[in-house]
Structure formats: C-alpha cells, structure tokens
Design a protein around this ligand. Sequence first.
Ligand SMILES: [Zn+2]
Length: 304
Amino acid sequence: MEPVGFRRGLDYLLEQGLEVEVVTTDRSPSIRKIMREEYPEIHHEFDIWHVVKGLMKKLLSASNKKDNRDLQPWIKSICNHLWYACSTCGGDPDDLIRKWKALLHHICGVHRWEEDGQEIKCVHADLTSEEQRRKRWLRRDSYAFKALTAIALDKGLMKDLRQMALFKHTGKLEVFHASMLKYTEKRLHFHYSTMKARTQLAVMDHNENVQREQAYTNTGQARFNVVYPKQTKEWVAKKIYVPTTQTFRQNLVVQVVRRRLDPNIKIKDPQSYVSTPPIPENIAQKPKPAKEEAIQKHTSRYSS
Ligand SMILES: [Zn+2]
C-alpha cells in the first residue's frame, strides 16, 4: 500500500505542475528504490529523527555488552552530535561528514588533530584542565571505541548522511498521521467515499492547527511539560502548545447550509452528490436458507 500511495501522491503533485525539488522520507527500502529508479531528478532526503532513532538503537545494543559499557554515558551526546552536524552543515554533505567524524577524536579527549595535512579542531570552547580531567573519555584501544567506530563509520550510515545535509524533518507529517486517527479510526471499516471525506476533514483540522504557538502562563512564562520517554530514560522538557481549534467545522456547516438553500443547485448535481456503493444487507457469502430448514438443523444437533 505504501509504495502505491507514495507514487500516486507524488505523481499527482507533479501532474499539477508543482516543482518538487526534494522529497523527505524515512529510510524505507521500497521508497528508496522508487525514488532512485523512477524519480532520479528529485533529490531524496532522509528525516533526521528516524536516522537518529536508528543510531541510538545500535548504540544502546552495543553498550549493553559488558566490554562496551564505557559507551553508555556518551550515547545521548553522540545522538546530539549527529543532530548538530546536520543542522550546521549548511546543506554541504562533505561538511556534515567531516563534523560527524570529529566525534571519534573528541570522544577520546583529543580536540585538535590533523586531517589531510590540515589542522582541524573541535568547535566547542577550550576545556579547562578540570573539565578535561573529569570527562570519561574513551581509550582508542578500548572495545567501546572500536564498537563506536564501527557504528559511526558504517557504510550504510555514511551513504545516508549524504542525503541528510538539508536537515529536513517529517515531524509535521507524523503529527498529521496522529490527527488522522481521530477521523479515520483504524478499528472501523469505511467505504471509499467516507474515507475520502474523513481524510479531507483531517487535512482541514491539521491545516488549521499546524502553526500553533507555544502556550504562555498569565505571567508570561513559556509553558513546558516534563516527561520521561521510555526510550532515552531521561527526563526532558516538552513544549506545551496553545489548545487546538476547529473553526473549520463551523465554516463547513455554514457552506453546506448555504448550498442547500441555493435554488440553483439541484440535489443530484454531480458536484454535491456523493456516490456510495450499494451496501449489502449482511456479510454472509451464502444465500439465506429458509427458516424451517435452519430450525430443523438447530434441533437435530441436540436430538442426536
Ligand atoms: Zn572536542
């Protein structure tokens, strides 16, 4: 279903004459293949959040091995570093990869090093000798460092980084999918026309609320919630946004009533007529037997 929907959606935009320069998705193999083979002229980017999530999973599983324990306190910083490298590379994949690889020096307590005859240094301010002493740097010959190197320089990740320099996000789409659930509940089956109308409602709801701002208290303080995600096991502050609104519903009702009151519009007007396929009386695939026959069967089950 996903590839079919993806192709249809993208083709529709292209047919409408929209110039699509970049498409951002997760790293789904089927979508990668479609982008590479069918839309080679469109640049394909990966969503940073999905990539960081995958990286964190790998780091967590590596750090659970006894020999790699020293990696544990670094996991969050490593993920933040990937985020940082993507957000500051200015769209240049080479710069992104250079910044990402700097991690392998910094984590050993080395903040100046040479690369291709050039001196390179970390972007952070110089550490005090106290800070330098207290950090739990990795040793270059440790198992933890070797495991980290294998993950950080993994060929697949290196290739993916080349498609992440634009620092694109699909977060808004995830938010839309969440609000879709409100209108198209998964446990219920909807016919095509209903599904389409409900999706349109979800789109209108999303569009009305997509630019919501952070909520403030009466005294002008930005509001936050402190939550504890299962994955990272660290308390983090999350912005609280102003409540959603649904004024589009009111507008919709007004327009429907206006349309119905308009004497020039016939009810059977194809514009206002929603076709629904004939609904069968029940879900049975066999014709209904005569009642006597069914009763006979019922009683014979008990009499024998
Ligand atoms: Zn450093």
